[in-house]
Design a protein around this ligand. Structure first.
Ligand code: COA
Length: 329
């Protein structure tokens, strides 16, 4: 059984920071950021919360799908930067858009979150427990950005995208995977709780994690780069094999937008032409799990998706997580 992306929506904050803005706060330059990452600008929250951005994107997706909020029977939130530890962002989005009764939950698979959500949505649709799944991917990555660390702060932006997903007849396959031994390659620690009874000290079992400050993303960029350029091609190949198609049959790849050089290397390894790959990193930077659905939304709005197109979405992220899904438009 396939799936249909019935509607798409997106929301990005109005505040935009370009590379020259970053050159004023850390020792960097437009030239370095552009050549090393492909990023020119990113949108940054001006007070909008993740659930509010998600709700805007969700309203647009529901309208685009031509359905009513009552039709949604599952809301899957994907985020690593939710506004609350509890309740889930999905619950907050559902409340905001007026949903009375639906399964609402978040999943955290970092930047691969949208691919993981598609995999789960398809399974719920296939078993019949749900008929209309609203995937809301909303991230305020700047919430955990250290604006004194030039190696990470220039990479990330904020934004949201949503898709309404229903059953479909076309081709579908997805492969989701994790390499948890790389969990220390990207992480953001929460503070260890203080309480009146505590006498011990937390030990993360890892020197780097013990020493890291709380609240700010820590990343071993080179290791993540190496992982991504191997994991992305592997995931695409595995999804194509599962779907029983060749790589040549894929019409379009929408990859996670972390670094243009990662995307280009992955495409090269797949021996696929770069024209088949959608890139918007120059405008948004890395918005974690919202990158891929935001790309889908833009492509749909631009009328660039044709019925029957075989689309492959592929992501990777902290965890380390990775995966790819192939579906027919
Ligand atoms: N401006 C100027 N110089 C910078 C810089 C910046 N914004 N960030 C890092 N540098 C410097 C480093 O300090 C280092 O200087 P040194 O040689 O004096 O020590 C030099 O540039 C090279 O650093 P390096 O880390 O080797 O650069 P790189 O080419 O690997 O690019 C990343 C760094 C982070 C852009 C790259 O590794 C990357 O994209 N990794 C993947 C990250 C990712 O995808 N994360 C999200 C996962 S979802």
């Amino acid at each position: 059984m396939g799936l249909t992306i019935k509607g798409t929506g997106m929301y990005v904050p109005d505040v935009i920071a370009d590379n020259d803005d970053f050159a004023k706060i850390v020792d960097t330059s437009d030239e370095w950021i552009t050549t090393r990452t492909g990023i020119k600008t990113r949108h940054i929250t001006n007070g909008e919360l993740a659930f509010q951005m998600g709700a805007e994107a969700a309203r647009m997706a529901i309208k685009d799908a031509g359905i009513e909020v009552e039709d949604v029977d599952m809301v899957l939130g994907t985020t690593v930067t939710a506004d609350c530890l509890t309740p889930s962002m999905a619950c907050l989005v559902a409340k905001e858009i007026g949903i009375e009764d639906a399964v609402c939950m978040d999943l955290n698979a970092a930047c691969a979150g949208y691919v993981f959500a598609l995999d789960i949505a398809q399974k719920y649709l296939e078993c019949g427990d749900c008929k209309t799944v609203l995937i809301v991917s909303s991230e305020i990555v700047t919430r955990m950005v250290d604006y004194t660390d030039r190696s990470t702060c220039v990479l990330f932006g904020d934004g949201a995208a949503a898709t309404v997903v229903t059953k479909g007849d076309g081709l579908y396959s997805s492969v989701i995977k994790s390499s948890p031994q790389g969990a220390d390659k990207i992480f953001t620690k929460l503070p260890v709780p203080e309480n009146p009874f505590k006498t011990g000290t937390a030990d993360w079992g890892d020197e780097r994690m013990n020493d890291a400050p709380t609240g700010f993303m820590q990343m071993q960029g080179n290791d993540v780069y190496k992982f991504a350029t191997t994991a992305m091609p592997q995931a695409v190949e595995a999804a194509a094999e599962k779907a029983g198609i060749s790589l040549e049959e894929i019409d379009l790849i929408i990859p996670h937008q972390a670094n243009i050089r990662i995307v280009q290397t992955a495409m090269k390894r797949l021996k696929m032409p770069k024209e088949k790959c959608y890139v918007n990193i120059q405008d948004y930077g890395n918005i974690s799990s919202a990158c891929i659905p935001l790309g889908l939304c833009q492509l749909k709005e631009q009328g660039q998706l044709k019925k029957g197109d075989k689309i492959c979405v592929v992501g990777f992220g902290a965890g380390l997580t990775y995966g790819a899904a192939i579906f027919e438009w």
